[in-house]
Design a protein around this ligand. Structure first.
Ligand code: GDP
Length: 483
């Protein structure tokens, strides 16, 4: 509306410290410049180098995007002849990384950001397969040129790309169909970077393989993993990465806020909910509940764990068992709004009742809200995914976060927010763990399935002990994260 566009204009930082570029049409994507009205200013400023690389990327994208002359020429290489494998691709003006949708929405955002960082590091252009709803959920992130892969892209039979595809880099290495010394290279390669990838697929993340990959105009990847931490272990990217991110824990925080702007439909869900339930509280607490337990939720042990966590860490106050009304002047009562996200409503009911049935010992008023309870994950169902995105984003507008182990849904919220959440440990044998939760060391997402093979020596290594800024994750012990 007019009032909010005026508020945005008066806001000096609608470009998020130079992360975003000016000049987009505001109405076609309200969230891009209005996010400053809802989210606290980030204490993490993007480096001026990151800002200039983003502007440079935007120019490249404009020059190479869908249906540009360079795009058309590079696409021709995919069409010319049946024997793609023996065709020498030759140098091209524009090189691409195509991202194929896979897994839930949280995973999708993490992998798009990973692919985009790879594109920045290797001067490629990122194009995304729209799947069922990428175009419906997100605004275009780059000025004047779409990031959606055209529907008439010649290799659009994406479901044939999977672990066993002969076109995958891993399989081509296995059959010696490709090597750096060949002067005949294919015009495209499929990179299988899903959690079920094998040691050969993982060579994508080796320094030695980058010079070969650089010669391939089209890289097509399917991934459900946040592979950013492993890019930091590739020595030829080291300098560039430290210029881009002098603070290494801000990768998704910056790239996520740069790339993912809710579409107007989703922005409506976010802002209506925020205004109605969260805006007026003195503090907002987000609790993201995602269980991977057998049986029918809600689980008593998970409920116990959540309550133990927020009481022990003094995130929410105790209730007074005597039920005597506490006499404080109502005028100076602090209020907290608790935003719960979960596929189920059981936890919400219990926490809401807890604060309704008894007074808090501090006199604070606690409002408890949950936007939806979808019961089942229904990835690619349009309205379901809109709600999922709206809820991830709403969580990112809170001041304090509690998240669940293993969940990329929570990772996205924490990184966009710029918060280090308390993470609920995964219960074992249907028992609440003690301690129930733990404050994590950085807001970066966890790479759940990183390679553990040393690229040169081909022996297993502890990749969490190689450099001080990469550690195993708090919630996934084999995982890796930037700290
Ligand atoms: P992860 O599986 O926890 O890593 O997160 P993903 O986002 O990749 O996949 C889980 C999917 O389940 C989400 O994308 C939603 O479709 C659905 N989902 C899980 N938790 C919630 C929730 O709290 N709210 C809503 N609306 N959907 C959820």
């Amino acid at each position: 509306g007019d009032a909010s566009s005026q508020a945005v204009d008066e806001h000096k930082d609608k470009l998020l410290d130079g992360l975003l570029s000016a000049g987009f049409d505001e109405k076609s994507c309200l969230s891009r410049y209005q996010s400053v009205l809802y989210r606290r200013p980030s204490p993490h400023k993007p480096s001026s180098y990151l800002q200039s690389r983003l502007r440079k990327y935007e120019d490249l994208h404009k020059q190479c995007g869908p249906y540009t002359e360079s795009y058309n020429k590079t696409v021709e290489k995919l069409k010319s002849g049946h024997h793609l494998w023996t065709l020498y691709s030759g140098p091209t003006e524009c090189n691409y990384i195509v991202w194929i949708a896979s897994s839930g929405l949280g995973n999708k955002l993490l992998t798009v950001a990973s692919a985009f960082l790879y594109a920045l590091l290797t001067n490629r252009v990122l194009l995304v397969d729209r799947g069922k709803d990428m175009g419906d959920l997100f605004c275009e992130p780059f000025p004047e040129m779409s990031w959606l892969l055209p529907l008439d892209f010649p290799l659009n039979q994406f479901n044939k790309f999977e672990r066993r595809s002969p076109e995958s880099y891993g399989n081509m290495l296995k059959t010696n169909a490709i090597s750096n010394t060949m002067n005949s290279l294919p015009p495209f390669l499929y990179l299988h970077l899903n959690h079920d990838y094998d040691d050969q697929d993982k060579r994508f993340l080796c320094d030695q393989d980058q010079s070969l990959l650089q010669k391939i105009p089209w890289l097509i990847t399917r991934s459900n993993e946040y592979f950013v931490p492993s890019l930091f272990l590739i020595s030829s990217f080291e300098q560039e990465l430290s210029n881009l991110f002098p603070s290494k824990v801000t990768v998704f925080h910056h790239l996520g806020r740069y790339l993912f702007h809710p579409s107007n439909a989703v922005w409506g869900l976010i802002t209506r909910y925020y205004e109605a339930y969260l805006a007026n509280a003195d503090e907002r607490v987000g609790i993201q509940i995602r269980t991977f337990e057998h049986g029918t939720p809600p689980f008593q042990h998970v409920m116990d764990q959540i309550v133990a966590c927020f009481l022990k860490e003094k995130i929410l106050p105790e209730v007074d068992p005597s039920q005597e009304p506490i006499l404080t002047a109502s005028g100076n009562r602090k209020s907290k709004a608790v935003l719960i996200t979960s596929l189920h409503s059981g936890y919400f009911d219990k926490i809401r009742n807890m604060y309704w049935e008894k007074p808090t010992v501090t006199g604070e008023t606690i409002g408890v809200y949950q936007p939806s309870h979808e019961e089942l994950q229904q990835t690619e169902n349009n309205f379901h995914d809109r709600k999922a995105w709206a809820e991830m984003y709403l969580l990112s507008l809170t001041d304090v976060l509690i998240t669940s182990s293993w969940s990329t849904f929570g990772y996205v919220a924490q990184s966009l927010a710029g918060l280090k959440p308390w993470i609920l440990y995964r219960p074992e044998n249907h028992t609440a763990p003690d301690p129930p939760c733990h404050r994590i060391v950085s807001m970066e997402p966890c790479f759940h399935a990183p390679p553990s093979l040393d690229c040169r020596a081909k022996t297993r290594i502890d990749n969490g002990a190689l450099v001080p800024h990469i550690r195993h994750c708090e919630d996934v012990s084999v995982g890796l994260k930037l700290v």
